[in-house]
Design a protein around this ligand. Structure first.
Ligand SMILES: [Zn+2]
Length: 98
């Protein structure tokens, strides 16, 4: 499985935990650049996100998740579960304050 990462055009904050989000990773595709409407997940808190037209992110609501194909929703749930396990083993370090 290939894993690619790209920097976002500008950093934004997770609307749930406030973590700085400045890169995206795509599993299984060469192009990791997100497009408006793409789903994502905050690696700090696991909340499911959606890219806005300006490539900021907003929290995915239940109505958004209900529109997803079942396989995609299951993939997101598995990613959330993996993130929760990883964050327990390796808690994210706080962002340095200047
Ligand atoms: Zn978060």
């Amino acid at each position: 499985m290939s894993r690619r990462e790209s920097m976002l055009p500008r950093a934004c904050l997770c609307p749930h935990c406030g973590a700085k989000l400045d890169a995206s990773t795509e599993l299984g595709r060469d192009d990791a650049a997100p497009s408006p409407g793409d789903y994502s997940m905050c690696l700090h808190c696991g909340v499911i996100l959606i890219y806005t037209p300006k490539l900021d992110v907003r929290r995915a609501e239940l109505d958004d998740l209900a529109k997803l194909p079942r396989e995609t929703l299951l993939l997101l749930m598995r990613a959330q579960y993996a993130q929760s396990l990883a964050s327990r083993l390796h808690p994210p370090k706080p962002e340095p304050t200047n």
